[in-house]
Design a protein around this ligand. Structure first.
Ligand code: BTN
Length: 327
């Protein structure tokens, strides 16, 4: 017996509990063997409900991002047209960088079902379980000076926020610089890593992590107060292929606008989606801590913050804390 045979039994009994006794009788294996297969399926993204009296019920089957299926559904011109899909990688960032060094064109997209060493900003890790999220990195080769790289991070956050809001109808906003939050919890992160030569960008690897169908048990305890997924927030799972296509379309359009007209229209879009502006926050900057109210975004990508004494300062890099209640 293999896991596929077991799955067939569950599929034939959709929405119903199947007892361990019935399964072992039907498949002619021990109940321990059944349990082992269930554990294996759970590790691959399947979800079951277990009842001591009734047995198991199949709740969720993972939806694999099958390369060919995604390729057929993509309606972009360049973004994602060169598509490289993996089952399991350490980090899609590393593979995209290797491809970029080998000369892969702009828009080349690396996607993995699972990352074993997903990277976040500030040296942190990124929870990337099998089949539950969108873990991908895209090669960009913009014709802009190196100091414009932060603008591309903000542009990416705007594209992601707009497409996710449209698909999910959830109240998603951007926390400076590029975290996407729903009800104060993070659902997505963006990591831009660049390579430059003589003050010009050689390429950028834009890493996007979207926590789509993760459940609470996918997160370590300490992250549960800070992180969530579209499924937890929305109450049902979402089709990852639809999200990837919608996001890539939006991203490509904004990127073209940026190349033609510069950053100003992206800046206004970012400000309209921001959940940081107007709230008192603590900022942990390389120069020390600062309490103030973000009042707007600058062309450079820095956030303009009004300090408690009324003076304003531009912050280029910082960790922004939760809003502080000043009532
Ligand atoms: C953050 O800390 O907010 C950024 C998280 C970026 C995670 C994505 S998942 C795909 C790509 N590969 C990685 O290792 N990291 C990025």
């Amino acid at each position: 017996m293999n896991s596929e045979t077991l799955l067939e039994v569950f599929r034939q009994n959709r929405d119903q509990y199947v007892s361990g006794a019935l399964m072992s009788q039907k498949l002619n294996v021990s109940r321990t063997a059944i349990w082992k297969h269930i554990k294996k399926l759970e590790a691959a993204g399947y979800e079951f409900e277990a009842s001591t009296k009734l047995g198991y019920r199949l709740l969720v089957e993972p939806d694999p991002i099958i390369g060919e299926q995604l390729r057929d559904r993509l309606t972009t011109v360049r973004f994602g047209k060169q598509l490289v899909c993996f089952e399991e990688v350490k980090s899609t960032q590393d593979l995209a960088r290797t491809l970029a060094e080998e000369g892969a064109p702009e828009g080349t997209l690396v996607i993995a079902e699972k990352q074993t060493g997903g990277r976040g900003r500030m040296g942190r890790g990124w929870v990337s379980p099998q089949g539950k999220g969108i873990w991908m990195s895209m090669i960009m080769r913009p014709e802009v000076p190196i100091h414009c790289a932060p603008q591309l991070t903000l542009l990416t956050a705007v594209a992601l926020c707009r497409s996710l809001k449209r698909i999910t109808s959830l109240p998603i906003g951007i926390k400076w610089p590029n975290d996407l939050l729903v009800n104060g919890k993070k659902i997505s992160g963006i990591l831009l890593e660049s390579a430059a030569e003589d003050e010009r960008l050689k390429y950028i690897i834009a890493g996007i992590g979207i926590s789509v169908n993760l459940t609470e048990s996918d997160y370590p305890e300490e992250l549960l107060s800070k992180a969530t997924s579209l499924r937890i927030a929305g109450g049902h799972s979402f089709d990852r292929t639809v999200i990837i296509n919608e996001f890539l379309k939006e991203w490509e359009q904004l990127y073209d606008l940026f190349q033609q007209e510069g950053f100003s229209s992206i800046l206004s879009l970012w400000e309209s989606l921001s959940v940081s502006i107007g709230k008192t926050v603590m900022l942990n900057t390389p120069q020390g801590e600062l309490i103030g109210v973000p009042v707007g975004l600058e062309e450079s990508g820095a956030i303009r913050v009004r300090r408690e004494d009324g003076s304003e300062v531009a912050i280029f890099s910082a960790e922004m804390g939760e809003p502080i209640d000043r009532r």
